[in-house]
Design a protein around this ligand. Structure first.
Ligand SMILES: NC(=O)c1ccc[n+]([C@@H]2O[C@H](COP(=O)([O-])OP(=O)(O)OC[C@H]3O[C@@H](n4cnc5c(N)ncnc54)[C@H](O)[C@@H]3O)[C@@H](O)[C@H]2O)c1
Length: 332
């Protein structure tokens, strides 16, 4: 679905944008001169063409993750936005607007955990369609943990490994569900991610950061704690991502609308989307080969990050890794 947003009058300034239309003819909405900004909630494979159309018009676009489904198109989009000279693309990594994630980020930044050493992520869905293949789970689901790790740790991910264990009996033949994905970061930290899309239970997203001086865990699904006469106690799991992240989607959308009214964005941008696409591309390669696949976002020197330093890989690093196009200086 593509939603176009246009300005309306007589409403509070912070909510002056209104949905113009929701339609399945993306060109029609994006190219309407009355449309000031566009929200793309279409499947990832459709994003590249639709983002390009928004850039051609020079209007802000909030694009659901993933930015695109391949490195080349993501790279081209980063360069095209850069040539325009202003940030128009925001990527729908809504966890950055979730109160628990923000609190965890603040705890890390304030030094409350000491040096963060490891991040353990859990991403479970109760049920998904058969189009959730192993590769799709990496590109479309694990991409969330890629961004969460980058956001929480403030550095890039440099390698990916995918461990395929026993699959749930309800997974279609050949689909590895669940999988354990292991990342390394620039500074050598480890990030683990259990991706399990067919748990038959509930929607569960947990993140634990283990530091030198303590650990912190979010996503416990505590909600209302009930003790019952049959000796059970507990809270209630979120049935889906809408219930779990509803408030984050609203905050993300309102802040994006407010920013779009001034012709810009307020959240993760094209670079964040590109970095996540590149890491997921390496994840798909790791899925295919069974090896550890390196990610070199700019050929070895992470000049895009403020705390940049050269990344030196072990001599026995499995080759070839994923080398994304040279983007030195492209990070806004
Ligand atoms: N941030 C999150 O938590 C979250 C959660 C779910 C989905 N998503 C993302 O949202 C996007 C949509 O996911 P979905 O599961 O709703 O997809 P979907 O397959 O259900 O499609 C969504 C809508 O887009 C329409 N559509 C399909 N192809 C189109 C095209 N080329 N142009 C215009 N419309 C088209 C479909 O008819 C449907 O109405 C994906 O990028 C997905 O990764 C994000």
């Amino acid at each position: 679905m593509v939603s176009g947003f246009s300005q309306s009058t007589g409403t509070p300034a912070s909510r002056q944008a209104s949905i113009w239309a929701s339609c399945t003819a993306p060109g029609e909405a994006i190219n309407d001169p009355d449309v000031d900004a566009v929200l793309l909630a279409t499947p990832g494979a459709a994003h590249a063409a639709q983002i390009n159309a928004c850039l051609d018009r020079g209007i802000p676009v909030l694009c659901e993750k993933p930015l695109t489904t391949d490195i080349a198109s993501a790279h081209a989009i980063v360069q095209k936005e850069k040539a325009l000279g202003r940030q128009l693309i925001q990527v729908g990594f809504m966890r950055r607007f979730d109160a628990e994630h923000v609190a965890l980020k603040n705890l890390i930044t304030s030094g409350g955990l000491g040096n963060p050493l490891m991040v353990h992520c859990t991403h479970r869905n109760p049920a998904v369609g058969d189009h959730f293949t192993s590769e799709f789970m990496i590109r479309d689901s694990v991409v969330h943990e890629v961004d969460s790790a980058r956001y929480l740790l403030g550095e890039e991910l440099t390698s990916v490994q995918v461990i395929k264990g026993a699959a749930t009996g309800i997974a279609p033949n050949g689909i590895n569900d669940p999988m354990l994905v292991i990342f390394e970061t620039e500074s050598g930290r480890i990030v683990t991610d259990e991706i399990f899309a067919r748990t038959q239970v509930a929607y569960e997203v947990r993140t634990e950061v283990v530091g030198e001086k303590g650990s912190a865990l979010i996503g416990l699904d505590q909600n209302l704690q009930v003790k019952s006469s049959d000796g059970r106690w507990g809270g209630q799991l979120a049935p889906g991502f809408v219930q779990r992240f509803g408030a984050a989607y609203e905050t993300e959308l309102q802040r994006w609308v407010d920013a779009a009214r001034t012709g810009t964005i307020d959240g993760p941008g094209a670079w964040d989307g590109f970095a996540a696409v590149a890491v997921c591309e390496a994840g798909v390669e790791a899925l295919r080969t069974g090896g550890k696949v390196a990610v070199r976002l700019d050929g070895g020197v992470s000049s895009f990050h403020p705390s940049a330093r050269q990344v030196i890989f072990d001599a026995d690093e499995p080759e070839p890794g994923i080398t994304a196009p040279d983007l030195i200086g492209d990070r806004p």
